[in-house]
Design a binder for this molecule. Structure first.
Ligand code: UDX
Length: 437
C-alpha cells in the first residue's frame, strides 16, 4: 500500500492538514465534508483556515491530481482502502465529550461498506471509543463485510500543523488485530518517524495523557511565576535552568496568560471526566485547571492594580488569537482579557495579525472596541498597552514611537516578550509575568 487510496471524513484543522500531507507524500486522497460550501471553497482553491504553508501545499497536490474534495461519504467509502475519521468532538457542559459526530460517521460508513476497509479514528476521543465505533459499524452494516477499526491520534499544533505532520515526533497506531498493521505502517513510512503499535485503548489514552501533561507543564511554569514574583526571581531563568535537564526539556514551560485553544482546556476536562468514570479522581489535573484559571485572574488584577479605575481608560491590546501563528480564537486567553476589560468599562484598541475576522464574533466592534489594521497604531493615546498573544512581530514594536504616542507609558505584558531592563531604560512602567514585581 505504497500509494494508498485514503479518504478523510471531516475537513477541519486535523482532516484538511492530514489529507494534504498524505497527498504530499504520494497517496491518493479524497477529503469529505458534509458542508457543501466548504467543499466548494476548497475546490475553487480557497482554504477555510489560516495555517502557514497549507494553501500552497493544497494547490500543489490538487494540481497533481492527488487531492480531491467531495460532500459524498458514499463516494469516500467506495473509493478508499483506508478511511480516516477526523470530525469534531466538542466539549459538553459537564466536561465530557460529545461523540455524536463520530457515531454519525460510523453509521454512515456502515451503510456504504461493501468490502474490507481500515477505519481509522484520528479525532481526539475518550478511551474505548474505537471499540464503540467497531460495535456501531457491525450493528448498522447490512452487508457481511470485514473491517478493522484503528486508533491513530493526531498531535499537530495549530500554527505549526504542516511542520508537525510532515516531521512528527512519533506515530501512534492502536489496533484490535494485526491485519491493518502493515498497511498503516506503509501509509506512514514516508514520514520517517518512530511508529508505536499498541492496543486501541492505550492509543486513545496516549493522546489525553500527552495533552494533559503538556498543560501540566504550563501550569507548573505559571505556578512558579507566582513564586518568582514574590521572591524577586526571574521565571524565564528558572524554567530554562530546569528545562536544560534533558529529563525535563525546555518546551512548554513558558509562563504567561495560561493555556487556551480548542484542545488543552477541552482535553483536560475530558480526561478528568473519563478518569472519574473509570473510578479515579484525577485531582492533579483539577489543580492544573485551577492554576490556569487563577493565572488569568491574577493578570486582570495586575491591570487593575496598576491602572486603578478601568472605566473609560483607553487600553491597547496586542493579540486576539489563542497563540501565535493562528487565526483561531476559540477559548483564547487574549479574548478573555478583552471581554473582562470591556466589562469593567475600558475602551479597547485591538490588533491581531490573523485573528481579527474571527475575533469580531466574540468581541464585537463598537463604542468600546476599535479594531486596528496595524500594530503600531494600537498604543496611540492609550493609558496602557497589554500584550496578550505571543506573536513574534509584537516584540518588534517601535518602542520609541509607542512611548511617545501613549497617554501614560504603561505596558502589561502577558507573554514576556520584552526585556524588563530595556523597557525601564526607555521610560516605560513595565509589568510582566514572573519577572520582578
Ligand atoms: C495542542 C497540542 O500541542 C497538540 O499536540 C495537540 O494535538 C492539540 O493541542 P494547540 O492547541 O494547537 O496544540 O496549541 P499549543 O501550541 O499546544 O498551545 C496551547 C496553549 O498553551 C496556547 O494558548 C499557548 O499560548 C499556551 N502555551 C503553550 C503556554 O502558555 N506556554 C507554553 O510554554 C506553551
Amino acid at each position: 500500500m505504497k500509494n494508498a487510496r485514503i479518504t478523510i471524513i471531516g475537513t477541519g484543522y486535523v482532516g484538511l492538514v492530514s489529507g494534504t500531507c498524505f497527498a504530499e507524500v504520494g497517496h491518493q486522497v479524497l477529503c469529505v465534508d458534509k458542508d457543501p460550501h466548504k467543499i466548494e471553497t476548497l475546490r475553487n482553491g480557497g482554504i477555510p483556515i489560516y495555517e502557514p504553508g497549507l494553501e500552497e501545499m493544497v494547490r500543489r497536490n490538487v494540481a497533481a491530481g492527488r487531492l480531491q474534495f467531495t460532500d459524498s461519504t458514499a463516494e469516500g467509502v467506495e473509493n478508499s482502502d483506508i478511511i480516516f475519521i477526523a470530525v469534531p468532538t466538542p466539549p459538553q457542559p459537564d466536561g465530557s465529550v460529545d461523540l455524536s459526530f463520530i457515531e454519525g460517521v460510523a453509521r454512515e460508513i456502515a451503510s456504504h461498506l461493501t468490502g474490507y476497509r481500515i477505519i481509522v479514528d484520528k479525532s481526539t476521543v475518550p478511551v474505548k471509543t474505537a471499540e464503540k465505533v467497531a460495535e456501531t459499524i457491525r450493528r448498522y452494516c447490512k452487508a457481511r463485510v470485514e473491517f478493522d477499526v484503528v486508533s491513530n491520534p493526531e498531535f499537530l499544533r495549530e500554527g505549526f500543523a504542516v511542520e508537525d505532520l510532515m516531521k512528527p515526533d512519533r506515530i501512534v497506531i492502536g489496533v484490535g488485530s494485526q491485519r491493518p498493521v502493515t498497511a498503516m505502517r506503509e501509509v506512514y513510512e514516508p514520514f520517517q518517524a518512530p511508529i508505536i503499535v499498541t492496543d486501541t485503548n492505550s492509543a486513545e489514552l496516549i493522546k489525553h495523557a500527552a495533552n494533559s501533561f503538556l498543560a501540566l507543564k504550563i501550569s507548573y511554569a505559571n505556578a512558579l511565576s507566582v513564586i518568582c514574583e514574590a521572591a524577586g526571581a526571574n521565571v524565564q531563568e528558572v524554567t530554562r535552568g530546569m528545562g536544560l535537564d534533558a529529563r525535563i526539556g525546555t518546551r512548554f514551560l513558558q509562563a504567561g496568560l495560561g493555556f487556551g485553544g480548542s484542545c488543552f482546556p477541552k482535553d483536560l476536562s475530558a480526561f478528568i471526566q473519563i478518569s472519574t468514570e473509570l473510578g479515579y479522581d484525577f485531582r492533579l489535573l483539577k489543580e492544573v485547571q485551577r492554576i490556569n484559571a487563577e493565572q488569568m485572574d491574577r493578570f486582570i488584577k495586575r491591570i487593575t492594580d496598576t491602572l486603578w479605575v478601568l472605566k473609560a481608560k483607553r487600553i491597547g491590546v496586542l493579540g486576539l488569537a489563542f497563540k501565535q501563528n493562528t487565526d483561531d480564537v476559540r477559548t483564547s486567553p487574549a479574548i478573555e482579557v478583552c471581554q473582562r476589560l470591556v466589562r469593567e468599562g475600558a475602551m479597547l484598541r485591538v490588533h491581531d495579525p490573523q485573528a481579527m475576522d474571527k475575533a469580531r464574533t466574540l468581541l464585537p466592534e463598537g463604542p468600546q472596541v476599535t479594531y486596528l489594521l496595524s500594530q503600531d497604531e494600537v498604543p496611540e493615546g492609550c493609558d496602557a498597552l497589554v500584550i496578550a498573544t505571543e506573536w513574534p512581530q509584537f516584540a518588534k514594536l517601535d518602542l520609541a514611537r509607542t512611548r511617545a504616542s501613549m497617554n501614560t507609558p504603561i505596558v502589561i505584558d502577558g507573554r514576556n516578550l520584552f526585556d524588563p531592563a530595556e523597557m525601564e531604560r526607555l521610560g516605560f512602567i513595565y509589568k510582566s509575568i514572573g519577572r520582578g514585581s
